[in-house]
Ligand binder design. Structure first.
Ligand SMILES: [Zn+2]
Length: 261
């Protein structure tokens, strides 16, 4: 369901976005050149893999979708709420901007982000043809990074919140994401009465449902059309990188969106 395989690469696409004039994909770890523990389609820098491997992996990703590598725009993800609207693609060795959400109205840009348990959220507004991508771990969830992206989409492009399509991708699921008070307390503070919708206790251990929490963030921002892939990265480390399940010795998989045009 939702998976496509090409030249050894395997990616997931959101059902609800298939008919839209966009390219969207969340790539599994298959089909790249990186050795263990980053095997094999790793996009993460600064975690022990080489720049050469990462660039080759990216090149394969873009080739598999028949979109130009030169269109890539990615950021240094810092668990913040900065939303960036880039002017131009990022060249492979050009320094990164720090941000956790990217928006564009340009078909000349492919917005790319990297994940290993944190939540990828793809945004698309069909009337004005606007694309976005968001990275939300627990901090980005508490600080409502996706809400910041929606607000900027509305302010900058004049879109209506209820026209936005949102899709929550593969990330650590509620079955695997046990958290302690350092996470639980900020979640309770942020979500008030609704915190019980995203926290389940099993033998006094709290498990956080980041999918539900980001769905609530989206609802509170006025976004109603939401697909949740409900794929847990920690359950399926043969397909996905999971920072938690692989004890930090892993890579980062790529998610991307590009407007057709
Ligand atoms: Zn799981």
């Amino acid at each position: 369901m939702g998976f496509i395989e090409i030249d050894g690469l395997k990616y997931f696409q959101f059902e609800s976005l298939l008919k839209q004039p966009i390219v969207q994909a969340v790539f599994t770890r298959h089909g790249g050149v990186s050795p263990e523990p980053h095997n094999s389609l790793n996009l993460g820098g600064n975690i022990g893999d080489t720049d050469e491997n990462i660039i080759e992996n990216k090149r394969r990703i873009f080739a598999s979708l028949s979109i130009p590598f030169e269109s890539q725009f990615d950021v240094w993800q810092v668990h913040g709420t900065n939303v960036i609207i880039p002017e131009a693609p990022r060249k492979p060795l050009q320094p990164y901007d720090q941000a956790d959400a990217i928006l564009t109205d340009s078909p000349n840009l492919t917005l790319v982000m990297r994940f290993a348990d944190c939540v990828p959220i793809i945004l698309y507004e069909p009337q004005k043809h606007i694309a976005g991508i968001v990275h939300a771990g627990w901090q980005g969830t508490v600080n409502d990074t996706v809400g910041a992206a929606v607000k900027k989409m509305v302010a900058n492009y004049g879109v209506k919140e209820n026209n936005i399509l949102a899709a929550i991708g593969p990330s650590i699921g509620p079955d695997h994401y046990s958290v302690r008070d350092d996470v639980l307390e900020p979640i309770k503070k942020r979500f008030g009465n609704t915190w019980q919708e995203m926290i389940q206790f099993k033998e006094e251990v709290a498990f956080l449902n980041l999918w539900k929490a980001n769905e609530i963030n989206l609802h509170q921002s006025g976004v109603k059309k939401i697909e949740i892939s409900a794929i847990c990265t920690a359950c399926h480390t043969s397909d996905w990188y999971s920072h938690r399940a692989e004890h930090g010795k892993t890579g980062r998989f790529g998610a991307l969106i590009k407007l057709a045009g």
